[in-house]
Every structure is written in structure tokens, then in C-alpha cells.
Design a binder for this molecule. Structure first.
Ligand code: TRH
Length: 383
């Protein structure tokens, strides 16, 4: 077990909430499950406060859930006490003054770049590799789905909590009353939607209006709402609004903190998610989900999407597998007609899809979660 070390985790908020979402989770886990001393340096506290409302964006330094949160701005003044371990998240460039402190410190910190999550197999060969940079060694830590990768972020007691939540159906109703919202009818199929803009979304919503089963769509405030101009003016949407069309009722929700969002995912029958962190949380909800992958200019995201689909759908029957791949690709490409065809096909495989989703988290976490692998990685190099 790693003795108590000090950690500096650096995060720049590129856009959206994924970068801070992942680093905040990791920082909390290291502090609370491994009793590590963690400082989290963030360059945008206002974005941070969207997913952690107890953060005060005006305060340069504050404690939150046993993590020391610091504003990272320029000119940057490193903490006078250099940390044992320095993590730069997603290749954010460390401040020059921080680099100088690391280079001149008597005991050089363990310097790690935490990469973006990928299911591609090439990461297995790169995970953990050292590289000489500016007179120091930097290690590359690759989160991933395989035993050889850096693993996936998942808190120790998450599956127990999720199980307890899903065992008691009254929880999903209570989630709404606790937010001051009207709970949707429980007999409907609940779908949460937190994706980027996609023309496939209005197509699916229109299709669900004629569904034989009542459908409930739960949309936290965010980019997906901009896909629905034909349905409503996005600028007029407020949390708590409800729209009904045929069999479909849409509930617009506030953004909440991460653990409240987790509980929304646990409450739904299907979750439409995106990026990196909500993508993983939907998997930990152990329910069917659709992933809207973060688009990259050179379409590099398509290889990432295929790599994930290959791993995820491997154990499914060929027809179910094909429909699942078609749905993810159609949503990504914004192809409404294809998304509807794939959805209709998948509905026929509902029990298989649901069973697979329930079994997947255990399978993929069998080799240990990311924090446990990271702690062992550091322990081995700090000996
Ligand atoms: O916000 P994202 O689109 O983030 C993306 C990706 O991480 C991508 O890889 C990265 O390059 C890009 O950002 C810059 O999607 P993601 O990763 O799902 O992050 C959303 C975070 O918001 C996640 O931590 C969950 C959190 N969240 C809440 O805390 N409360 C909420 O109500 C909702 C809807 C989300």
C-alpha cells in the first residue's frame, strides 16, 4: 500500500466538462480511498462549479471532499512544498515555473501524463512507457479496457451503492422530488440524454412519439437541447420544463453534481451519453447505453468508437451486435433514419442487451480500477 504521498494534479478545461470531470473523480478517489494528499490545480473554476456546485469560483484555494483545490492561473506560483507525484492531465502543458521547481528539486517528483481513455489495442504497448523530457522522466499512463492498460476510473463502493439504488424502485421517484421536480410515470421507458448536438436525436424523439410504450426522455441542460429547434426554442428551455408529444414526454433537468447525475443514470432504462466520463458512468450504471463519442477533426474518433464497440459487443449475438454498432454509428453521423432502424432492431434484443449491460462492469473491472493501478504504478517507481 502506498504510504501517504503528496500529489499535484494539473487540469486545463479545454471545453465541456470531461477534463475536469475525470481529474476531479481521480483526485477525490486518491484522497478518500487511498488517503493521499492531493492538490488539484484547475484553470477554470467556473466550469468546475457546474459539476461540483459547492466549489466557489471566486476562491483561489479551497478544500472540497478532502482535496485541496487551487486556481491555476498565470503567473503561476508553485506551492513551496514540491509534491512527490505530479500528474498532467491530458497532456496539458505544465507551467514553466512548476517545471523549473521540479527540475531543481533535490528529489525529483514522479511525473505522469494521464492520457485520454481509449479502447484501442495500441495503447497496451504505450501504457507506462517513460520518456526523457527537459532533463526529467515523464511516464505515460493510458486508461483503457484491457489488463495491460491503466484501467478505468471507478470508485470502490460504487457497484454496491448502485445495486442498492436499483433494488429500491422508489429511489428513482425520490430523485425528482429531491430536485423539486415532478417525477415521471414509472411504467414508461426512461431514457436520459446527455449528448452533443446530433440530427439523429430529433429523429429518434419523433419516432418515440408513436411508440406503443410510453417513453420518458430526461435531458439535463446542455448541448443536446440545441438539436431540437423544431421542437422548441433552446433559449427558452429551463430546468423543470416538461413537453409532451404523443407517447413521449420530455423532462428538462438541471445539471447536478456528479454523484446525483450517477443516480439519474442508475434510474434510467437507457442512457445516451458522450465524451469520456459520462460514457464510463453509463457503463457503471449497468444499463443499456448509447455513446456519442467526442468528435475529432481528422475523424480519429471513428477508430476509437469501433475499438470500443468491438470489445463491448463481442459477447452479443451477431444480430444484436450489428444493431448496436449501427445505432452508435448512426447517432455519431447524425443519420436519423439509420438510428431509428437500429433502435427498432435493438428493441427486439432488449433482454440480451440489458443482461449484457448488467454483466459488463464486473468483466471489465476484474483486473482492478484505474486508481488502484495508478497507486501500484507509483509505488513501484518510488521505491
Ligand atoms: O463534457 P464532455 O463532452 O467532455 C469531453 C470529453 O471528456 C472529451 O474526451 C474531452 O476531450 C472534451 O471533453 C474536452 O463529456 P464527459 O466526458 O461525459 O464529461 C461530462 C461531465 O459532466 C462528467 O464528469 C459528468 C458530469 N455531469 C455532472 O456532473 N452533472 C450532470 O448533470 C451532467 C449531465 C454531467
Amino acid at each position: 500500500m502506498l504510504t501517504r504521498k503528496t500529489w499535484d494534479i494539473f487540469c486545463t478545461v479545454v471545453d465541456n466538462f470531461g477534463d475536469i470531470g475525470v481529474t476531479w473523480r481521480l483526485a477525490r478517489q486518491l484522497a478518500n480511498e487511498y488517503q493521499q494528499n492531493v492538490r488539484l490545480w484547475v484553470d477554470d473554476l467556473a466550469s468546475f462549479s457546474h459539476i461540483c456546485p459547492t466549489i466557489n469560483p471566486q476562491r483561489r484555494q479551497q478544500q472540497c471532499q478532502h482535496v485541496d483545490i487551487r486556481l491555476w492561473d498565470e503567473p503561476f506560483k508553485p506551492d513551496p512544498h514540491p509534491a512527490d507525484i505530479v500528474i498532467e492531465a491530458f497532456a496539458c502543458t505544465l507551467p514553466a515555473t512548476q517545471m523549473t521547481q521540479m527540475q531543481t528539486s533535490a528529489t525529483k517528483p514522479l511525473w505522469i501524463n494521464l492520457e485520454y481513455l481509449s479502447a484501442e489495442s495500441w495503447i497496451d504497448d504505450c501504457h507506462g512507457l517513460p520518456s526523457q523530457q527537459q532533463g526529467m522522466v515523464k511516464y505515460f499512463f493510458f486508461p483503457g479496457f484491457s489488463a495491460k492498460s491503466g484501467g478505468l476510473i471507478c470508485e470502490r463502493d460504487l457497484s454496491l451503492q448502485r445495486h442498492a439504488w436499483q433494488q429500491a424502485p422508489e429511489h428513482r421517484q425520490r430523485w425528482f422530488t429531491e430536485q423539486g421536480l415532478i417525477p415521471p410515470p414509472t411504467e414508461a421507458l426512461w431514457v436520459s440524454i446527455f449528448t452533443y448536438e446530433s440530427p439523429a436525436l430529433p429523429a429518434l424523439l419523433e419516432h418515440w412519439q408513436t411508440s406503443p410504450q410510453p417513453m420518458v426522455c430526461l435531458l439535463p441542460m446542455g448541448r443536446a437541447i440545441h438539436s431540437l429547434p423544431a421542437l422548441l426554442d433552446p433559449t427558452t428551455v429551463t430546468p423543470g420544463m416538461i413537453k409532451q408529444r404523443g407517447s413521449l414526454t420530455i423532462y428538462f433537468l438541471p445539471m447536478t453534481d456528479q454523484s446525483t447525475y450517477d443516480r439519474l443514470l442508475w434510474s434510467c432504462d437507457v442512457n445516451l451519453v458522450r465524451g469520456e466520463d459520462s460514457f464510463l458512468r453509463a457503463q457503471w450504471a449497468a444499463r443499456p447505453f448509447l455513446w456519442h463519442i467526442y468528435p475529432q477533426d481528422d475523424a480519429a474518433h471513428i477508430d476509437k468508437l469501433d475499438a470500443f464497440l468491438q470489445r463491448y459487443s463481442d459477447a452479443l449475438s451477431p444480430d444484436c451486435q450489428q444493431a448496436l454498432k449501427q445505432l452508435f454509428h448512426a447517432y455519431d453521423a447524425g443519420n436519423g433514419a439509420e438510428a431509428i432502424t437500429a433502435w427498432n432492431a435493438l428493441v427486439r434484443y432488449w433482454p440480451e442487451w440489458r443482461k449484457h449491460a448488467a454483466e459488463w462492469p464486473e468483466q471489465v473491472l476484474a483486473g482492478g480500477d484505474l486508481a488502484s493501478r495508478l497507486v501500484i504504478f507509483c509505488e513501484n517507481r518510488l521505491k
